[in-house]
Design a protein around this ligand. Structure first.
Ligand code: SF4
Length: 266
């Protein structure tokens, strides 16, 4: 279970020993939601980023140390980790935490999700963080799903299909919700593929970000398909457009068959 941290290495997901133990009997079946590193076994150095003496001692050490912000400080999470990242030498990888005040009792999932997504997501988008740990959500499996979904949403680790859909407007040329659901059902198992679903060709292609494939309304009941930002198939009848999208994904070598069996609930 040893993983390199920092630099260009993959951002890893930590869990606590207690949660690891709770999941131990099914970790091998947890697929993409596996915990990767146990907090208590990782020698993490907790620092108050305002403590100049501690920062000086850290930076004087030529050996990389895994660092994080100490619990219980009167600092906002984002501010604290930004200050730590600013002051600590970059050779020291940083473990991000969703909260500096982990709850002792069960919390409502939304109360855990929102600060975790805001705090860790913002820091990852700033380019800060080499590993992450969720403690606001106490349920072991749920906390791991939250961790991986934050990594996916921040574009840090893409481990399932990523979708970009326009919000729809008066120009939308098909039922965006039901079509997106249909595309998700057909392609949700494709790891690392980004698919854009856009209601019209007026603004859709420009808003597809860096999608690999695009499904874009070209005319009433007609769909254009894109590879990157290039339209490659035009005016496909809507009834067969999802199948043609799958063909296109196959042509470009990005298709795999869906795994047999139900995913394991963690
Ligand atoms: S892509 Fe087209 S349909 Fe979608 S919101 Fe933008 S203008 Fe409207």
């Amino acid at each position: 279970m040893s993983h390199d941290l920092g630099g260009d290495h993959t951002v890893r997901v930590f869990t606590t020993q207690e949660r690891w133990n709770a999941l131990a009997h099914k970790i091998s079946a947890m697929g993409d939601f596996k915990p990767e590193i146990i907090l208590e076994k990782a020698s993490v150095m907790a620092i108050d980023p305002r403590d100049e003496a501690a920062i000086s001692a850290l930076n004087a050490d030529t050996q990389p140390s895994l660092i994080t912000v100490a619990d219980g400080l009167d600092l906002e999470v984002i501010h604290a980790f930004r200050e730590l990242a600013f002051k600590a030498d970059p050779r020291h990888p940083i473990l991000l935490k969703d909260t500096l005040h982990p709850p002792s009792d069960d919390t409502d999932f939304i109360d855990a999700l929102l600060p975790a997504a805001m705090n860790i997501g913002s820091l990852l988008c700033d380019g800060i963080g080499d590993a992450i740990l969720i403690r606001g959500e106490k349920a072991p499996g749920q906390s791991l799903r939250l961790a991986y979904n934050i990594l996916q949403a921040a574009g840090t680790r893409i481990f399932k299909t990523d979708y970009v859909a326009c919000p729809s407007c008066g120009r939308t040329l098909f039922n965006l919700q039901s079509t997106t659901q249909k595309i998700r059902a057909a392609t949700g198992h494709l790891k690392g593929v980004r698919i854009a679903v856009m209601g019209c060709i007026v603004n859709g292609p420009g808003e597809m970000a860096d999608a690999d494939f695009g499904y874009v309304g070209g005319a009433p009941n007609k769909i254009n398909l894109y590879v990157g930002k290039t339209a490659v198939k035009f005016n496909i009848p809507e009834a067969e457009a999802v199948e043609r999208l799958i063909d296109l994904i196959k042509e470009h070598g990005k298709w795999i068959d869906a795994p047999v069996g139900e995913p394991v609930e963690v």
